[in-house]
Write a protein that binds this ligand. Structure first.
Ligand code: SF4
Length: 168
């Protein structure tokens, strides 16, 4: 028996991947961060880093999001909300764990109110280390994810045309 998907299915999968690649919806969840990582995520949205040039937009509802960006260790209080947020996202969904605390607990590891790292609660696709990770590292994590979606081929990243240092 031939298990190969039909030409129609293959074409539809290609169209779906193409559409998803160019209109990623992201949602940010702070599961117990000190806000350092959150500020770096906000920085990726500024004109200086401009993550929207990849078609990525931050959404307020998990029901409209493809990618969940999680910062901080998972506190006992946030654990249920993180699971609920993940469950509310439509399939296929992806998770990026941003910062040392979300990967391993970081400086909060062992605290009485911390329940563990993000991958101990929900499945994680990409880890972005750093305390906090620079906006470039967060964008790199998103590009890695887009590369995986495209079948392992990393998406070419255009360098910003004008890079001006802010004089102090
Ligand atoms: S990784 Fe650093 S900046 Fe991010 S939440 Fe932990 S302590 Fe804060």
């Amino acid at each position: 028996m031939n298990n190969k998907p039909s030409l129609w299915k293959q074409t539809m999968n290609k169209v779906r991947t193409w559409a998803r690649m160019n209109s990623i919806g992201a949602i940010h969840f702070n599961s117990g961060s000190c806000n350092g990582c959150d500020i770096e995520i906000l920085a990726t949205l500024t004109p200086r880093y401009d993550v929207e040039r990849f078609g990525i937009k931050l959404h307020g509802s998990p029901r409209h999001a493809d990618v969940l960006l999680v910062t901080g260790p998972v506190t006992r209080q946030a654990r249920e909300r993180l699971i609920r947020t993940y469950e509310q996202m439509p399939e296929p969904k992806f998770v990026i764990s941003v910062g040392a605390c979300s990967i391993s607990g970081g400086v909060f590891d062992g605290c009485y109110n911390v329940g563990g790292s993000v991958d101990e609660v929900i499945p994680v696709d990409v880890f972005v280390p750093g305390c906090p990770p620079r906006p470039e590292a967060i964008i790199d994590g998103i590009i890695q994810l887009l590369g995986e979606l495209q079948g392992g081929v990393p998406r070419p990243v255009a360098k910003p045309k004008i890079v001006e240092e802010v004089s102090s």
